[in-house]
Design a protein around this ligand. Sequence first.
Ligand code: MTE
Length: 311
Amino acid sequence: MANVIIRPDWQLPEREITAIGEYHNRRSFIKEMGLGVGLGSTILGPRLEAAAAPKLFPAKRNKDFNPRINHTDKRWVGGYNNFYEFSTNKEYVRFLVDKFKTDPWRVEVTGLCKKPFKFDAREMMKKIGIEERVYRFRCVEAWSMVVPWAGYQLSKLLEQAEPKNEAKYVKFYTALKPKEMPGLARLPQYPWPYTEGLRVDEAMHKLSFMATGAYGEPLPKQNGAPLRLIVPWKYGYKSIKSIVKIEFTRKQPNTLWNSLAPREYPFESNVDPAISHPRWSQASERMIGPNPVRVKTIKYNGYGQVAGLYK
Ligand code: MTE
């Protein structure tokens, strides 16, 4: 029995993955995504930033966050995006990020804390150091992926501000740059900027991660460069991209999706196969990639160690 490997539902068979060395063979991907000749160079946008930060990447993998699970093809993670500030079409986002300037990048940490501060995204990576963590990621739209993110534990950033006892929540704000984000003007009715929030104890949990890279390189702009949240036990919309402000608050903050449709996008939003979205079931998910597979969804996206936060 000891030698029998039981593969969980979410583990991809070997044939589903692409080795990291194969990323640059883009031709089949371009064909699969229905794209023409000439567009492919944009997919490589992140490599320009990689050149500017050669020492930080690739980050060393943290063995405590390294499940035996195959990664989603990098070209899908960088080519199938939700980033409404650019487009509501997942396959267009990466072609619309060229004008988006992500370096230098200032972030403000403010609100109910003893030591509010501002920092530069690149400098903070150097200060805290970065590591790689492989996380499963589940979108509320019932698709999922497995990504080797690089970055630092969110608590290592937040602790620097020394939050006050009365701080119960943390609110995150995405940049609001209408000249660089063409999707903003197409959705004038949305309460921009994109905002999200966590309880302070959720934000301080060791799984909460500030991602600054993926697949051994700096984060592609379409994935939320230069820094975005990853909260792997919650639906993907909680994992806010391109953060410019972090605020400690006493009351539960408004968030973009919760303001627009509170019944569909509750503040807590833990992955739970037993609770359907009002318009679709959450019992299973489609793992994106060249050969998508449908697997059962697991409570907390499989991160049962957070259960204690919700007693
Ligand atoms: N952050 C911002 N600022 N704008 C967005 O539209 N979309 C969210 C989240 N963070 C979003 C965002 C949603 S719905 C998902 S599923 C993930 O980003 C998608 O992340 P990915 O494109 O890196 O897969």
